[in-house]
Design a protein around this ligand. Structure first.
Ligand code: SF4
Length: 338
C-alpha cells in the first residue's frame, strides 16, 4: 500500500505546450502533486485533457512541436529536468517504465520475447551474462502468468493480454520503481482486462512498485486504484482517495464526470448525465477557471481569477473557488445580498 510520507515523484508547476499554426496549445498547465511510493494512482479525464502528455512528460518523452516549458519533476529526490540524454536513457527502463494501449508499437515484431527481455537487461546492465539474464527472466515470466515455453514466441504469437504482461515484465526485470500504464487495457476485452487489472494489483503488492494508471475508464480506477487525480483542460481539478472522490466528489467537473458513468443498476428509463458544453480550445483557454463556461456553480470570480489546488479536506486537494476564500469573492457575495 501507499506510504503517504514516502514520496516517489514530486511534480511541481509542470507546463507542457505544443506549438501549432494557431499558436501554443497549453496541454499541461501548472500541474503540481505528489505520487507516493507503492500506490496505484489513477489519472482520469476526457480525451484531450492532457493526461497522456503528462505521462510522457514524466519520462521526459515530449518531442517537438511539444515542449516542457516550465516546472520540475523530482524522481526519488533527483530533478529529472536536469538529466543528460545518457542519464535519461538509464532512467527510462531502470527507474520508470511505460506501457501503452497497443504493445505492438513498443515490441519489435522480429524479436522473440526472451530477446526483448535480455536486451532490456543488457542495455542497462552490460556486464550481466546472458545466462544470468535468462535466469532472471524465467523466474519473472512465470510470476507474470506466462509459461516459460512462450519465451521463444514472437509478439504476434501472443494474445493482447500476454503482450501487455511482457511490457510490464520489461519494467519489472530492471526493478523500475514506477510503471505508467497509458490506456493499457483499452484494447483488451473485458475478461482479459480484468485479468490484467488483477495482475497489476498483485505486482504492486508483490514488488512494491508504484503504478500511474492513465485512463478514461473511471470504473477501472474505482476497482484498482488507491487515489485518483482528475484532470480537466490541462489542469488538475481534484485529487483524493478513490473512496472519497467517487463517493463525494467536490469539484463540479468531478461531480459531472461521476454522474456520466453508466451504472449496471441504472434504470432503463433514466438518461445518462451529459456534461453541458464542450472542452475548451487550449490555444485560447478561458480566463480564470478553465471549467467556468460549463460549470453549474459558476460565480463572478471564476471567470476572472484562477483558483489554486488547495486542501479542502485531509488528503483532498481541489482546484475550485467553492472551497477557497478570496477578498473579491467576499466582496461579490456582499454585493448580491438584498
Ligand atoms: Fe465552477 Fe468556479 Fe469552481 Fe471553476 S472555480 S469549478 S467555475 S465554481
Amino acid at each position: 500500500m501507499a506510504d503517504q510520507k514516502n514520496v516517489l515523484v514530486e511534480i511541481r508547476n509542470l507546463c507542457v505546450n505544443y506549438e501549432t499554426r494557431l499558436g501554443a496549445v497549453s496541454a499541461v498547465d501548472d500541474v503540481s502533486f505528489d505520487i507516493y511510493r507503492g500506490e496505484i494512482i489513477g489519472l482520469v479525464g476526457e480525451s484531450g485533457c492532457g493526461k497522456s502528455t503528462f505521462g510522457k512528460a514524466l519520462m521526459r518523452m515530449i518531442t517537438p512541436p511539444g515542449e516542457i516549458v516550465n516546472g520540475h519533476i523530482f524522481f526519488d529526490g533527483e530533478d529529472v529536468m536536469t538529466f543528460s540524454e545518457e542519464r535519461l536513457r538509464d532512467f527510462r527502463g531502470r527507474q520508470i517504465s511505460m506501457i501503452f494501449q497497443d504493445p505492438m508499437t513498443s515490441l519489435n515484431p522480429v524479436q522473440r520475447v526472451d530477446q526483448h527481455l535480455v536486451e532490456a537487461i543488457k542495455v542497462h546492465e552490460p556486464k550481466t551474462a546472458t545466462e544470468q539474464a535468462m535466469e532472471r527472466i524465467r523466474e519473472l515470466i512465470e510470476r507474470l502468468g506466462i509459461q516459460k515455453r512462450r519465451l521463444t514466441d514472437y509478439p504476434h504469437h501472443l494474445s493482447g493480454g500476454m503482450r501487455q504482461r511482457v511490457m510490464v515484465g520489461l519494467g519489472l526485470v530492471l526493478n523500475a520503481s514506477l510503471i505508467i500504464a497509458d490506456e493499457a487495457t483499452t484494447s483488451l476485452d473485458v475478461i482479459v482486462e480484468a485479468n490484467l487489472v488483477d495482475q497489476l494489483r498483485e505486482i504492486r503488492d508483490e514488488f512494491g512498485i508504484t503504478i500511474l494508471l492513465i485512463t478514461h475508464n473511471i470504473a477501472l480506477v474505482a476497482e484498482i486504484a488507491d487515489r485518483v487525480a482528475v484532470m480537466y483542460a490541462g489542469r488538475i481539478s481534484e485529487i483524493g482517495s478513490v473512496e472519497n472522490v467517487f463517493h463525494e466528489p467536490l469539484h463540479p467537473y468531478t461531480r459531472g464526470l461521476m454522474k456520466s458513468v453508466p451504472s449496471i443498476r441504472i434504470d432503463d428509463e433514466e438518461e445518462l448525465y451529459k456534461m453541458p458544453g464542450e472542452p475548451p480550445n487550449l490555444t485560447h483557454p478561458p480566463k480564470g477557471c478553465r471549467f467556468h463556461p460549463r460549470c453549474p456553480d459558476v460565480m463572478p470570480i471564476c471567470g476572472r481569477i484562477e483558483p489554486t489546488l488547495e486542501e479542502a479536506a485531509p488528503g483532498r486537494l481541489v482546484h475550485c473557488w467553492l472551497f477557497q476564500d478570496h477578498p473579491e469573492k467576499e466582496a461579490e457575495a456582499v454585493k448580491v445580498q438584498p
